[in-house]
Design a protein around this ligand. Structure first.
Ligand code: CO
Length: 208
């Protein structure tokens, strides 16, 4: 796409929105009350709002390479804190996707420079689940399973936050793990057992 089209596309989009609701931007400017925080991959094919069928204002979004939740990443930690304590979201979603280049890169013995410390988080997921993953002989199946296990581990990392633990007890905030299948367009709920994970990890990670 030519970059010049961006601004003409924007004008078309404004006209479409106003045609269906002349008050649309007035309402949008009043503020946001999203019900969801979505943490997903930066991959250009996985567009949070499109795959969830939601409109501007409905989901607070954070994206990075391979949808990682790392406790020393000030960016994702600030997003979680703000979404939970100020926007008061009731659902946090970690959404991975099959055919994730970040996850694939982490399975290869290659020096990727500045990406090494970032992708090491995925290698750590592999190490935790080494037995299960090594037993999967088909490389693509193993790679897809690592995508799912990465989502699960990042959900656990979300639950390690004090704000998340408090909001769960105070208002029933839930954490969900999803995978988007780029091949079919389907959004798959991994059915992360949030209360079970919470009770297991609270023994060590309780912060309240
Ligand atoms: Co990805």
């Amino acid at each position: 796409m030519d970059i010049k089209n961006v601004f003409s596309n924007n004008k078309k989009w404004i006209a479409e929105k106003l045609a269906s609701n002349s008050n649309y931007f007035n309402q949008l400017s009043k503020g946001q009350e999203p019900e969801f925080l979505y943490i997903g991959c930066s991959d250009s094919r996985v567009t949070a709002e499109d795959i969830m069928g939601v409109q501007p204002g409905e989901v607070f979004v954070h994206r990075n390479i391979a949808n990682l939740v790392n406790s020393v990443d000030l960016n994702v930690m600030s997003v979680i804190n703000y979404a939970v304590r100020h926007l008061k979201v009731n659902h946090i979603v970690v959404c991975g996707h099959y055919f994730c280049g970040g996850v694939k890169a982490a399975m290869e013995a290659k020096d990727l420079g500045i990406l090494n410390p970032w992708l090491r988080n995925i290698r750590d997921v592999y190490r935790i689940h080494k037995k299960e993953l090594n037993d999967i002989k088909d490389e693509n199946a193993r790679y897809n399973r690592l995508v799912e296990l990465n989502v699960q581990e990042q959900c656990i990392n979300v639950i390690k936050n004090a704000s998340v633990q408090q909001a769960h007890h105070q208002r029933g905030l839930l954490v969900h793990g999803w995978v988007f299948d780029v091949h079919s367009g389907e959004l798959i709920d991994l059915k992360i057992d949030f209360p079970k994970i919470l009770s297991e990890i609270m023994e060590i990670y309780r912060l309240e």
